[in-house]
Ligand binder design. Structure first.
Ligand code: GTP
Ligand code: MG
Length: 280
């Protein structure tokens, strides 16, 4: 009955973030409640060493942007399975030594100028272990450093290409998933946001100073060196949205199903799935 038109590639969300933050745990949870069960067994939450792309579905109860005007009880809606929205999650390894490869790939894919090779990346989900941020400044420095590098890649693309977002009139979305909120030591998303912003500001100042010092040296080659954000103001995610059209939301949740014996619980990832839905 249906003629198969060449379907556009599925929207992809890239999971980035430090090792141990819960990227693979999130993927496993989404996959286990997905209508399209994978043939391979669920991904193990061992330190990942390679990227994997997995097709999953959004729970039918999660609204999506493109049909937000339809009510759930709309009789014209087909059955849940046919209506299920498919998308792709790309899990990546967070180990420090494997990060530059993630950044390079992101840059290559997003900066493709031709329409045909246009990237299917719709957004980035950056995971942090919110419970590990109380242990001292080192983790914060590490997480903020990785996020800074990602944002710098996006800034470079915006400066050379003009725009990142796939949808007209919208910003390129980044979700910072403040994970492990099931642990009582976890910082709430508001504090995670604040800490990341002030640490990114510090990194920015350091690099700015480094560049000034370096440019005082006549042999220094300035090519390709940039600092995130305009000069002057203190760094905030809000300012970033105004500057380069990248919208960062920090949202708490937990990717581990606590009640294993009661079956899989996806309550901890609901808000992130809603964020994904709002991008589709
Ligand atoms: P890499 O693959 O090394 O980049 O790490 P990852 O981000 O994939 O982390 P992974 O999903 O493997 O999770 C690391 C550990 O944290 C595992 O033991 C998970 O079970 C645990 N974990 C993940 N999410 C949560 C959570 O929300 N709460 C709790 N308590 N533990 C979690
Ligand atoms: Mg992993």
């Amino acid at each position: 009955i249906y003629r198969k038109a060449a379907s556009p590639p599925l929207s992809t969300f890239v999971l980035l973030g430090p090792s141990g933050a819960g990227k693979t745990a999130f993927l496993s949870l989404v996959e286990s409640s997905s209508l399209y069960k994978a043939k391979t067994p669920s991904h193990s939450t061992h330190t990942s060493q390679t990227s994997t792309s997995t097709t999953v579905t959004l729970p039918p109860s999660v609204p999506i942007f493109s049909n937000r005007y339809r009510s759930v009880n709309d009789p014209s809606l087909p059955d849940a399975k046919r209506n299920a929205v498919k998308y792709v999650l790309r899990d990546t390894p967070g180990h420090g030594k494997l990060r530059s490869a993630q950044l390079t790939q992101l840059q290559t894919e997003l900066s493709s100028k031709s329409k045909k090779e246009a990237s299917s990346i719709c957004g980035i989900i950056f995971f942090v272990d919110a419970a590990s941020l109380v242990e001292g400044a080192e983790n914060l420095r590490d997480y903020a450093g990785y996020l800074y590098d990602i944002l710098l890649v996006l800034q470079k693309i915006v400066l050379s290409k003009g725009k990142l977002s796939k949808k007209a009139g919208t910003n390129f979305p980044i979700l910072v998933a403040a994970n492990k909120q099931d642990l009582f030591t976890a910082l709430p998303p508001g504090s995670v946001k604040q800490k990341l912003e002030s640490e990114i500001d510090r990194i920015r100042q350091t690099r700015q100073k480094g560049l000034l010092d370096a440019s005082a040296n006549p042999e220094h080659d300035e090519d390709g060196e940039e600092v995130l954000g305009g000069d002057g103001d203190k760094f905030t995610f809000h300012g970033l949205e105004d500057d380069i059209g990248v919208k960062v939301d920090v949202v708490g949740g937990f990717a581990k199903a606590e009640n294993e014996k009661d079956g899989v619980s996806a309550t901890g990832i609901r808000k992130w799935e809603e964020w994904i839905g709002s991008c589709l």
